[in-house]
Ligand binder design. Structure first.
Ligand SMILES: NC(=O)C1=CN([C@@H]2O[C@H](COP(=O)(O)OP(=O)(O)OC[C@H]3O[C@@H](n4cnc5c(N)ncnc54)[C@H](OP(=O)(O)O)[C@@H]3O)[C@@H](O)[C@H]2O)C=CC1
Ligand SMILES: CC(=O)N[C@@H](CCC(=O)OP(=O)(O)O)C(=O)O
Length: 337
């Protein structure tokens, strides 16, 4: 089988370099182009790629990408920028897996409310598939535009899916307390991520306003078949990478921890990247992998879910490759195990 020809947008960023490393190991993918506003060799932008990929970054030009035979483009751009770049790629018949948030929320009004930006590509929003394979797996097969999920939402959605699918918790007032490493904010410099600002310190941010709230609610409402509402609070942790979420919900009936562990094991039995554990996971257990580790506990009548992942792999580039595998008919695990 010929390799699928791949292009990547936003070459200098963190998700791009993770994606490049994963795709270099993928037997069915060939990177034919990387775009960047910087006309540099990719190994000058990311020295870890020295000797592994001999490619100079190029300016974004949809016709040039098409002329190289590109079949799929991974967008590793900030939200807002992504929706400007993607329409001409789709028009030229290339598929897109977008790592930004621009195509995740089905309701454009919800996007504009939470992102405080006008959505410029409602046409393609209508055909986008939310790329969380464990929930929307069949819809991703052959999709033209995949909206890769956010990093935090994956821990919350997968952590809660078995409970909401089985109506075991109240669907309002679910509390999601999440912590992220600093790479979650990308490579582009921001003051709050400057080493002396965030090292040896922990803080919450975007309290009550974080844009992942509606994304979590949209997916969990799909799983529940009824509206779900959550209180989501992210925290910045002085570590390079990793996300840890502690989730609290109220049980609708008495159930033992052993029954819940069994439920989680059976719900994720055919989902190779979700590992159900009986002890609390640690971010380090998942570093550099596409695994999302989850543990469920019952404490004083409440259910607690503890979930950990690597924000750059499972939270972004790894799940993007998982989606690539689904779109092009590879085994879901290809290049990721
Ligand atoms: N970091 C994470 O953990 C996660 C990130 N995401 C999402 O993935 C996307 C990429 O994130 P990440 O790699 O971390 O971000 P980075 O800031 O590390 O990289 C984004 C890249 O996009 C390019 N870029 C930035 N601004 C513009 C602009 N105005 N116009 C054109 N290109 C621009 C730059 O590349 P160049 O200079 O080469 O042009 C930049 O390096 C974002 O949408 C992010 O929200 C999703 C899940 C997790
Ligand atoms: C630590 C940190 O700043 N994290 C980022 C998460 C970014 C991300 O993955 O989200 P999108 O793809 O939805 O932008 C944030 O909270 O904005």
């Amino acid at each position: 089988m010929d390799k699928v020809k791949v292009a990547i947008l936003g070459g200098s960023g963190y998700t791009a370099v993770e994606l490049i490393k994963l795709l270099l190991r993928h037997p069915g993918a060939e990177i034919v182009a990387i775009t960047s506003r910087q006309s540099e060799h990719i190994a000058d932008l990311h020295p870890s790629l020295l000797g592994r990929l001999d490619l100079r970054c190029e300016p974004f030009d949809p016709d040039a990408l098409k002329s190289k035979g590109t079949q799929v483009v991974f967008g590793c751009l900030p939200h807002g920028t992504s929706m400007e770049s993607i329409p001409p790629l789709l028009e030229r018949g290339m598929r897109v897996i977008d790592l930004s948030a621009d195509y995740r929320l089905r309701d454009v009004k919800v996007y504009e409310q939470w992102y405080k930006e006008t959505h410029h590509d409602q046409k393609n929003l209508a055909q986008a598939v939310y790329g969380l394979p464990e929930v929307y797996g069949d819809k991703i097969v052959g999709a033209k535009l995949v909206a890769n999920p956010g990093c935090y939402p994956q821990t919350a959605i997968l952590g809660l899916a078995p409970l909401v699918a089985n109506k075991l918790i109240e669907l309002t007032g679910i509390v999601i307390d999440s912590k992220s490493g600093v790479s979650g904010g990308g490579r582009t410099p921001k003051l709050s991520f400057h080493f002396p600002e965030c090292n040896e310190s922990v803080t919450a941010y975007a309290v009550g306003t974080h844009r992942h709230t509606p994304e979590i609610e949209q997916a969990l409402s799909d799983v529940a078949g009824a509206p779900v509402s959550v209180i989501f609070t992210p925290h910045l942790m002085p570590m390079d990478r990793g996300i840890f979420s502690t989730i609290y919900a109220t049980l609708t009936r008495a159930v033992t921890e052993a029954e819940l562990v069994e439920l989680y094991r059976s719900y994720f039995a055919d989902k190779p990247f979700v590992r159900v554990r009986t002890n609390p996971p640690a971010t380090k257990d998942t570093t550099g992998t596409n695994f999302l580790d989850v543990c469920v506990k019952v404490v004083r009548g409440k259910v607690l879910v503890l979930a950990a992942e690597d924000n750059l792999v499972r939270g972004a580039s790894g799940v993007a490759v998982q989606n690539f595998n689904r779109v092009f008919g590879f085994d879901e695990r290809t290049g990721l195990m």
